[in-house]
Design a protein around this ligand. Structure first.
Ligand SMILES: [Zn+2]
Length: 92
């Protein structure tokens, strides 16, 4: 009996996944794929649901920070500097 239950337990051991799904188009990919074959987006490691994780796009954060700095500089140039160019448009 003990040998029989051992056989059942060894037969039902969890297997390592060999495929994962793309996070965008849900296409099946190989486990080591880094780019989706269908939508050509980058895919990360597999999560617990069998889907590929979406890798963090750090360059988009850098671009966002740069654009906010540019916007702040523009706001300072238009409204906050000492000799604003539109002062002649105000009432005398
Ligand atoms: Zn895809």
């Amino acid at each position: 009996m003990a040998l029989f239950s051992f056989k059942i337990l060894s037969k039902n051991k969890p297997r390592l996944p060999t495929i994962k799904k793309c996070h965008t188009c849900f296409a099946y990919l190989l486990i080591h794929a880094e780019v989706c074959d269908m939508c050509k987006r980058k895919v990360g490691k597999i999560d617990k649901y069998g889907r590929a994780q979406k890798p963090t796009d750090w360059m988009s954060y850098v671009r966002l920070l740069f654009m906010w700095c540019l916007f702040g500089l523009y706001m300072w140039w238009v409204f906050l500097q000492d000799n604003v160019w539109w002062v002649f448009l105000q009432d005398k």
